[in-house]
Design a protein around this ligand. Structure first.
Ligand code: SF4
Length: 425
């Protein structure tokens, strides 16, 4: 176990620490170098275009998550509220805005830099939510930098050729806007190269996540929350590929040796929705104690894109960014979760009702209930938030998790094998 904590240490994490350090120091250097440019980008935004145009890319959602993980969001959210943002709107956004107003960043202690790099441009994609647009508008004004973005059709059942063509046109316009503002020219071959690198890292990440199909699972959702950083922050780079090759080797080695992330794994759960960043450690340790492996999640899967086949890179970007789970309708989401259940041999689903992120919370319109009633799947809904710890009761959630695991155990006993239902959505 790692340093007294209840987890089996993943060796590749040492490399990850140095990659993260290099990434943030380089961003800081890029922001201070008049010859370089920095772009802020949303997590499934037009990153590959920005990288191909030579921008260093920074992702504010990561900063929102860091503020949550540091358990300081509640100190800064009131400052965003004072600036007119509702305390129940996205806590990544409000914590990040509040921290900027107070000139605080966890990057100061972690890497000795002032904080997020000043953007030359901010580029969003509202495929995940409109909040990112408002978030970026704030920082565009704050830094006097242009804000550009695309707005794909939302909540799609199937994604049609017309949808993709529409998004592709927006991406083309985005390229044209950046080219004219910064007097640069996108090299199509360079974009193809960056998309190929991005897709390769994403495919490797998917293979890492897929090792969790083994029982015991070599990796959990809690590990994934740490190790997914390069597939978001370093998309389009070779270092991300090398990192996931190493991590995959390590996970495959665990599978071959029968090493589980949770020793004596009893149950396998699926985590639906956002992480509870301020309480990841407690939740992970509780699962460890209960011998529960959270083997799959919507969240970590959000950056496992379809592989690029060498065709039109803008079309690949349009399709992959529009097809993401968060941008789909309830019918698609239900069938995706059922597929994941089969794929990962899931015993039960935990839905996180994140108070400030309705966009990535799927327990609000009956989906959890339908999984339980129509498919006899055990389901638990926990109330909380992604970043604002004030919306999460640790004691209540731990009690609910314990009761849920007891239910799973009962369902497994031969005399109760035909009992239907499970946790209470
Ligand atoms: S998806 Fe949710 S957490 Fe992410 S930026 Fe949008 S509102 Fe915030």
């Amino acid at each position: 176990m790692a340093g007294g904590t209840k987890r089996i240490e993943i060796q590749s994490q040492q490399r990850l620490k140095s990659l993260m350090r290099d990434y943030f120091l380089d961003l800081d250097a890029a922001a201070k170098d008049p010859a370089r440019r920095v772009a802020w980008c949303t997590s499934v935004g037009p990153c590959e275009i920005l990288v191909a145009l030579g921008f260093a890319t920074y992702f504010p959602e990561n900063h929102g998550a860091l503020l949550g993980a540091k358990r300081v969001s509640h100190h800064y959210i009131p400052h965003a509220v004072g600036a007119g943002y509702c305390a129940e709107s996205c806590s990544y956004t409000t914590a990040d805005i509040g921290a900027a107003l107070r000139k605080y960043s966890p990057l100061q202690e972690a890497y000795g830099i002032d904080g997020p790099p000043r953007p030359d441009v901010l580029c969003y994609n509202t495929n995940q939510c409109r909040e990112v647009q408002d978030w970026f508008q704030f920082f565009g004004k704050h830094h006097e930098s242009p804000v550009l973005g695309i707005c794909p059709p939302r909540y799609l059942g199937s994604v049609s050729v017309a949808h993709i063509a529409f998004v592709r046109t927006q991406l083309q316009q985005l390229v044209a806007d950046i080219e004219s503002r910064f007097h640069v020219k996108l090299d199509p071959a360079k974009l193809q190269e960056v998309v190929a690198l991005s897709s390769r890292a994403s495919a490797l990440w998917r293979r890492v996540l897929d090792t969790a199909r083994s029982s015991p699972s070599p990796i959990t959702f809690w590990d994934g929350l740490i190790h997914m950083a390069p597939v978001i922050l370093m998309r389009g780079s070779r270092v991300a590929i090398e990192y996931y090759e190493e991590l995959l080797r390590e996970m495959q080695g665990r599978v071959e040796s029968g090493i589980g992330a949770v020793p004596a794994e009893r149950f396998r759960l699926y985590w639906e929705g956002m992480p509870v960043w301020p309480r990841v450690r407690e939740l992970s340790e509780k699962c460890f104690d209960l011998k529960v492996s959270v083997v799959a999640s919507t969240y970590c899967n959000s950056w496992a894109f379809e592989e690029y086949d060498g065709g039109d890179p803008l079309e690949w970007m349009a399709r992959t960014s529009t097809e993401i789970f968060i941008n789909r309708d309830e019918v698609f989401k239900q069938s995706f979760l059922l597929e994941m259940r089969e794929r990962f041999a899931i015993d039960g689903f935990v839905f996180h009702n994140a108070r400030t992120c309705p966009n990535n919370t799927n327990s609000r319109f009956g989906l959890a209930q339908r999984l339980r009633d129509e498919h006899e799947l055990p389901v638990l809904v926990v109330d909380g938030d992604l970043s604002d710890g004030r919306f999460f009761s640790t004691a209540q959630t731990m009690t609910n998790l314990e009761a849920f695991v007891e239910q799973l155990a009962e369902l497994r006993t031969p005399s109760r094998a035909c009992v239907t239902g499970g946790g209470k959505p």
